[in-house]
Design a protein around this ligand. Structure first.
Ligand SMILES: Cc1ncc(COP(=O)(O)O)c(C=O)c1O
Length: 479
């Protein structure tokens, strides 16, 4: 073994710890992938030799695999992505929106949507999502806010929305689709966390079932597929009227994928689809049963599993996503994550109040038993103070946009102290308080005195400010 391989050594060392994985990728160590692991990964790592087709213009086995995926996920056409949903979000936004087009965007979108704005040159019409002050949790935009944004911006071309989010919360997608369709606008869905939804009737409806025009799904997050494996879909209703859109999607998909795509990743996309078609319903039944048991055990430990959580802007919650609010135990999510790590469990994510665990069809009953045992440590480490919702508020006001995301991204920046930033244009990266994690300023937006006061007030109440330099400076465009 060579000595100087920090990445290889770090990975092997981590794997040898044998942490129980409640995080992505959804295959959980390749448990459900016997067909793929009967050959070594290196053997399966092929290139476009005769008979193995070509992702850039598929005519053989890749085309067939994509067609099967379109059928399974109920789309008109499916494109395999070997650089995650990120590349699919970029492709669908570039295919749908031209420079200067207005696009409705919830302000808590994933950063890949921000990337899509930069690449396409489109202009965001930001909509503020709802915020649960008690739980310190940002949820979704309401249909009412979408209607209002359309009234104020009747020329907008469409909307990009997340379904479900990291916490498994799904917006009122069907209603939002109807509102957009009546106004001749396209619905693009970031369904990175939802490729499993379509395989079980008790789970929230998928973008396909809500008649989205385009959507992406990270197979690697919740299906037995390798990291970076994702699907980009075109909706059934798009094809008869909009053949140009299909051409555009094909063109941008080609542009944004490597000319040497990983056959391992593509094969895992084919495999995940086949697995879910054959076993998805039964495996999800079992997973939901394990989760019902787990939630009931955790409730007896005093852990809030957010069961029955509901708000008007939320249509349904994806029950496969396990979210544990441990604030009433006097612990922050960050502390909880560390306690569970010490007890041999690695979660996907934590925030000020919660732990988020990714559960998939690869999880077994004994894994949930181990999880419950590990969670007993949370109760015994109980902090001495209840973590209250700090009642952080979010301003509903959207700052004035002076430059498009593309212009702001290309602009030269300098770093200034916060108290010198009023009147300047935000550059570089989005800036905001965490929690709740919504940017107060996106690059290109005008920084105001009252906006800065709001930021500092949140900071005084204990929020961390993201997007600043280590010495707390903010990046602004050089005039
Ligand atoms: C909501 C959301 N959208 C998009 C992405 C990007 O997906 P990928 O990692 O497959 O590129 C993520 C990744 O975490 C995400 O959470």
């Amino acid at each position: 073994m060579f000595k100087n391989m920090p990445l290889v050594n770090g990975l092997t060392e981590y794997i040898s710890k044998n942490q129980l994985a409640f995080h992505m990728p959804g295959h959980k160590g390749g448990r459900l992938m016997p067909e793929l692991s009967s050959f070594s990964f290196a053997q399966m790592d092929m290139t476009e030799v005769s008979g193995l087709d070509n992702l850039q213009s598929p005519e053989g086995i890749i085309r067939e695999a994509q067609q099967l995926a379109a059928k399974a996920f109920q789309s008109d056409a499916c494109f395999f992505l070997i650089n995650g949903s990120t590349s699919g979000i970029h492709a669908m936004m570039m295919a749908t929106f031209q420079a200067g087009d207005q696009v409705l965007i919830p302000r808590n979108c994933h950063k890949s949507v921000w990337g899509g704005l930069i690449l396409s040159g489109a202009e965001p019409v930001f909509i503020q999502p709802e915020y649960d002050e008690e739980r310190c949790l940002v949820t979704h935009v309401s249909p009412g806010c979408v209607r209002q944004a359309i009234r104020e911006n009747p020329n907008a071309k469409g909307m990009v929305i997340t379904n479900p989010d990291y916490y498994g919360l799904c917006p009122q997608l069907s209603e939002i689709q109807s509102i957009l369709a009546i106004n001749g606008m396209k619905l693009l869905v970031d369904e990175a966390h939802g490729p499993h939804l379509i395989f079980h009737p008790d789970l929230p409806p998928s973008a396909a079932q809500c008649r989205a025009d385009l959507w992406v799904q990270s197979a690697h997050k919740t299906l037995p597929a390798l990291t970076q494996a994702a699907y980009l879909h075109i909706g059934n209703q798009v094809s008869p009227t909009d053949s140009r859109l299909i051409e555009k999607v094909t063109q941008y998909h080609r542009l944004l994928q490597s000319t040497s795509p990983s056959y391992l990743i593509m094969a895992s996309l084919d495999y995940a689809r086949a697995y879910m078609e054959e076993h998805g319903k039964v495996s999800l039944d079992m997973l939901l049963e394990h989760l019902t048991w787990t939630r009931s055990e955790l409730n007896t430990l005093g852990i809030d599993t957010m069961q029955g959580y509901s708000r008007s802007e939320i249509y349904q919650i994806d029950a496969t996503r396990l979210v544990l609010d441990i604030s009433k135990l006097g612990l922050t999510g960050f502390q909880g994550e560390e306690i569970l790590r010490q007890a041999g469990v690695q979660v996907e994510m934590s925030d000020s109040h919660r732990l988020v665990l990714v559960c998939t069809v690869a999880d077994r009953r004994e894994d949930f038993q181990c999880l419950v045992d590990a969670c007993k440590h949370l109760s015994t480490h109980m902090g001495n103070r209840e973590i209250k919702g700090r009642k952080l508020t979010i301003s509903r006001e959207i700052p004035r946009q002076m430059l498009s995301p593309k212009e702001a991204f290309a602009g030269n920046v300098e770093w200034v102290l916060l108290d010198q930033a009023a009147g300047r244009i935000c550059g570089g990266a989005p800036v905001g308080p965490y929690p709740p994690g919504i940017p107060s300023y996106y690059p290109g937006e005008l920084i105001t005195k009252s906006g800065l006061e709001g930021l500092l007030e949140n900071q005084a109440q204990g929020a961390q400010l993201f997007g600043l330099s280590e010495d707390d400076k903010i990046s602004v465009i050089i005039d």
